[in-house]
Design a protein. Structure first.
Length: 229
């Protein structure tokens, strides 16, 4: 159930952000995100009760930024390319937040897929940022088709790209998830927690992917500003 919400919640929230006036819509998204974060982290965030609502509002503010970026930039980009704004923005916001925050990746969208073994294998290649990108891109592509009445002329090419990548990730992930060469009696989730010392190759590759998303968002923003009327 939690894994399904990781796919569906960004989709419906993104669609809502597109069908209502931008600033009121973003305000309601912020309040909804603050409410959800506040309920999920009750007695987890170490602050006094009387300032807890303010803490929830502060911590949830970054969750609205991908929707803001999408509303501002996506309309200026042609066709299927517009679907890249939302996943690039979400990945960039999460990554930069993890770099600047003492809480690291706590609360990442990727953690909703903890039970999705095939998709989890992607983390061994590009870190949690690859999973975040896939989830957000699914929401963006699905909403793009939804708004186009599922009859957009470019829908075929767009879906071919999306489904092709999905087929590779899912097929390879299932293959890795089912390997028994090193199997033990129980499956165990393993995470890399860097405290000190040299960083592993996997962490470096994940950082490279995340920085490419940050750079991609900057390029898209400049491109959209040049194409804007």
């Amino acid at each position: 159930m939690i894994a399904a919400t990781g796919w569906l919640a960004p989709l419906f929230l993104l669609h809502y952000a597109h069908v209502v006036p931008m600033w009121p819509g973003l305000l309601w998204l912020w309040l909804a995100a603050a409410l959800a974060l506040g309920i999920a982290n009750w007695r987890v965030i170490p602050v006094p009760v009387f300032i807890y609502p303010l803490a929830a509002l502060f911590l949830s503010a970054s969750l609205v930024l991908p929707y803001l970026a999408d509303r501002l930039l996506a309309p200026s980009l042609p066709g299927f390319l517009s679907t890249l704004v939302f996943p690039l923005a979400w990945t960039a916001v999460e990554y930069l937040g993890a770099r600047l925050s003492p809480f690291g990746t706590w609360g990442s969208l990727a953690y909703t897929q903890a039970g999705n073994w095939p998709l989890l294998q992607l983390a061994s290649v590009v870190g949690v940022w690859g999973i975040v990108f896939v989830l957000a891109w699914f929401a963006s592509v699905a909403n793009w088709l939804w708004e186009g009445g599922f009859s957009n002329e470019a829908a075929g090419a767009g879906l071919a790209v999306c489904w092709g990548w999905s087929a590779v990730v899912d097929t390879c992930g299932r293959e890795l998830a089912c390997l028994d060469h090193f199997a033990v009696s129980e499956r165990v989730l393993i995470a890399e927690v860097s405290i000190a010392g040299p960083r592993t190759l996997y962490a470096r590759i994940g950082d490279a992917w995340a920085w490419s998303c940050v750079s991609g968002l900057v390029v898209v923003a400049v491109w959209a500003s040049l194409l804007a009327p």
